[in-house]
Write a protein that binds this ligand. Structure first.
Ligand code: 6R9
Length: 645
């Protein structure tokens, strides 16, 4: 069995690591016995304008209150840039690798300071003030990081929207947080294809009358429309302003950013992170989990539109004065050795990616890897979904040459940073397990009734106490925050994940227990996809579930009931897939659509997803109790007409 396969800490990692096994145990013990003391010390890893005297003020009951370092003031951008300048003005902060392999550049900390200063002044010139929200809809170019840091510098709250989202999704997010300014680019470039970012913004802004300025970075030089009075070119505005901009003193609990993420119900939630605790946590976890040392070249392949890009491309690495690589492209363009060529080209030491990418590259065989040396790699990381033991073993052998430890890092948009992960010098690894909690993190596994389970067990994963990187609220809806995360198991943070703990105390995440699908490491709420389908004029009803998918982890399986009189055709099937792509974005496009004359419902009208999930998983022999269905015949029809996969 794979969980009996244990990989020792390689001697080379143990020798250089910040923390060995005994030190981890001691650190963990202290962090539990004196939690505020532990985080009080860690808080000093960042520079404070006014040092905090209070560390922790948390109440998980009632209305729910979470505050860390709440009488301190700091500036996040100053921590990521200014405080490094004395020593690192000439050190590379960002290595940018373009979609086209011939394009790359290095941006030093000194240059970063100027770029961010200018972007800050451009925002100010557009009237952006402390506390205002700014939406960033950008490709993976350094200006995306400048924009985030510029917001942080002047105290504005950024909301980065992934460039793969549709105009409607973008508009919803702009309106929800009431952004008046949007930063975008003319077009993005991914895998040789252009992404019409500005055109998408134009379409979105038709629904956002309050947006007064759109700042456009020139990336491809493609033709775009500029609406006079609203749209401006970034390079023209930047030339008019000074590169110096003072950093605003922010309270530790002032908001830093909002990031929208899918939940089990309703529209995406604006997850709100604040300044002090988030930065301390991003910096702490980046240093310890990746065993970051001075001079390391570090590459996280995520997009800045996801939380991984926020914490582990921008804030964590830059807070630590690291060199962080930002990649515009995709793993298989121009060919499937692209990741490995980039590792060789920039002598990457630490490489952090997602299981879906590993599985896709694994499918191409070892030849594309063998073209590259990969001798600079020291540590590999994984994030986004459970990594299958097969993929883990391939990553370890073929990419890591049996030499590099793998850190399988479990965390969420809501957690701000990694909570469960090996520490490379301390933790033996088991393929498929995220292993043990980081210091200061107190996981608990509970059964359906909320009883805390001890020892080896399986149940729902909760966290018993706060950590500084935890989200503080759902933007504009604190009640939803308390209900979503703290009501299922009162007094605990409920993650939405199922989890097993083995006899060695290792955690094995089994996937979501709610109606959230994890497609290629991206969270999709079933309700969102269903709403998009039902918005189509020919659709009467839709139910969406996940099913196992070789590359994506989970694929999207949609059951669709058409309106009376509408004929089910292949064309309509294709049209619905395109429709969802347009409504939400390409990541939400259903992989399979089954026509369903009826859906299995309880007598009270609730769709029984359990049954739909079983059919989609091809486990229709074990549908369980169907006696509560209003019309059991519906199920027979669905089984008979299930989609081939
Ligand atoms: C960082 C990120 C969070 C959900 C989470 C879980 C799944 C993430 C994982 C993992 C198993 C890992 N997940 N990392 N499952 N092992 N190492 O992905 O945030 O997009 O909010 O997704 O992803 O189900 O609850 P987010």
């Amino acid at each position: 069995m794979s969980d009996q396969q244990v990989f020792d800490v390689p001697a080379s990692s143990a020798a250089r690591a910040l923390v060995n096994a005994a030190q981890y145990d001691a650190m963990y013990k202290k962090s539990v016995e004196d939690n505020a003391g532990f985080w009080g010390e860690q808080g000093r890893r960042v520079d404070w304008i006014k040092p905090y005297t209070q560390v922790k003020d948390v109440d998980y009951t009632g209305a729910v209150r979470i505050r860390w370092y709440h009488d301190g003031t700091l500036n996040v951008a100053a921590n990521c840039i200014d405080r490094h300048l004395a020593k690192r003005a000439k050190q590379t902060a960002i290595i940018w690798e373009g979609d086209d392999p011939s394009e790359s550049k290095h941006i030093t900390y000194g240059e970063l300071a100027e770029h961010v200063g200018r972007m800050s002044n451009v925002l100010k010139a557009k009237g952006v003030k402390k506390g205002d929200r700014v939406t960033i809809y950008m490709p993976m170019i350094p200006e995306a990081a400048y924009a985030m840091l510029a917001c942080a510098r002047i105290g504005a709250v950024h909301s980065v929207v992934f460039g793969g989202f549709s105009p409607d999704s973008l508009a919803g997010r702009i309106v929800d947080c009431d952004s008046r300014v949007v930063i975008t680019a003319d077009e993005g470039l991914r895998g040789g294809k252009k992404v019409p970012l500005k055109a998408n913004v134009d379409a979105a802004l038709k629904q956002c009358p309050d947006v007064s300025a759109c700042i456009v970075v020139k990336r491809t030089g493609g033709n775009v429309e500029m609406k006079s009075g609203r749209d401006v070119w970034y390079h023209e505005e930047a030339a008019k302003v000074s590169p110096d901009c003072p950093a605003e003193a922010m309270n530790a609990e002032d908001p830093l950013f909002i990031l929208y993420t899918s939940g089990s119900t309703g529209k995406p939630k604006g997850v709100l992170h604040t300044s002090g605790g988030y930065l301390v946590y991003a910096s702490f976890t980046h240093q310890y989990v990746f065993d970051y040392h001075e001079g390391d070249i570090y590459w996280c392949t995520a997009d800045v539109g996801w939380v991984t890009g926020h914490s582990y491309i921008v804030y964590g690495p830059l807070a630590n004065g690291a060199t962080t690589l930002m990649f515009e492209g995709v793993p298989n363009y121009p060919d499937s050795s692209r990741f490995w060529q980039v590792c060789d080209k920039h002598k990457v030491n630490i490489f952090y990616t997602a299981p879906t990418a590993i599985r896709a590259l694994m499918r191409e065989g070892e030849a594309p890897v063998q073209k590259c040396k990969l001798d600079s790699l020291r540590l590999l990381g994984s994030v986004g979904e459970p990594i299958n033991p097969e993929a883990w073993l391939w990553y370890h052998r073929v990419i890591g040459k049996n030499r590099c430890p793998i850190v399988d890092t479990w965390w969420q948009t809501e957690t701000g940073g990694i909570l469960i992960s090996p520490l490379p010098g301390a933790t033996k690894t088991k393929p498929g397990s995220a292993t043990k909690p980081l210091p200061g993190v107190m996981p608990q596994i509970v059964d359906a009734n909320g009883n805390v389970l001890e020892g080896a067990c399986e149940g729902n994963l909760c966290i018993a106490d706060s950590w500084p990187g935890q989200m503080r609220t759902v933007y504009g809806d604190h009640k939803r925050f308390a209900e979503t995360y703290f009501s299922a198991y009162p007094g605990k943070y409920f993650t939405g994940d199922g989890c097993r703990r083995d006899a060695d105390g290792y955690y094995w995440i089994t996937g979501r227990v709610d109606d959230v699908i994890n497609v290629s490491g991206h969270r999709m709420g079933t309700a969102e996809v269903e709403s998009a389908l039902v918005a189509h004029p020919q659709v009467a009803e839709a139910a969406v579930v996940g099913y196992p998918h070789d590359i994506k982890g989970q694929g999207i399986y949609a059951y669709v009931t058409l309106k009376t009189g509408v004929t089910a055709t292949e064309e309509l099937r294709k049209e619905l897939v395109l429709w969802v792509r347009k409504e939400i974005g390409p990541i939400a496009a259903p992989d399979l659509i089954q026509w369903a004359p009826g859906l299995p419902k309880t007598r009270s009208g609730k769709i029984m997803r359990r049954i739909l999930r079983k059919i989609a998983e091809n486990e229709y022999g074990a549908l369980g109790d169907t006696s509560t269905l209003a019309d059991p015949n519906v199920v027979t029809d669905l089984v008979d007409n299930r989609m081939n996969r």
